[in-house]
Write a protein that binds this ligand. Sequence first.
Ligand SMILES: [Zn+2]
Length: 118
Amino acid sequence: MDTAFKDTAVDILKIRIRSSKYAHLLSHDGGDIIKTIYEGTPEGSAARALLVHVFAFYGSAIDLAAVFDHAPKDFYYDIAVAMRQVIDAGAKKGFWHSLTKCHYHCHQGEEQCYLSPQ
Ligand SMILES: [Zn+2]
């Protein structure tokens, strides 16, 4: 998968999550989206990071319980780490506003963002 495609896919996911009910969107189907992303992306991927951050910042105990039987074990490990970071940061305010347009994109260094074509 090329970088522009991956970055486009994660942006679509970001827009979809933000325009709905955040973590509720991710848990209403029993966590199928979490399972799909964890099975289809490597450890540390941008898509995994986005899901985990949304759950850590906005997910309720009910949301986590809704996906408990279906979400992969790695998801819970990632959630635990992210929640510790949320606690250390002291607040969830400004999460969406803190993201740059290239947050969760895979391009690096001199590689051009698909959002800024030549
Ligand atoms: Zn970018």
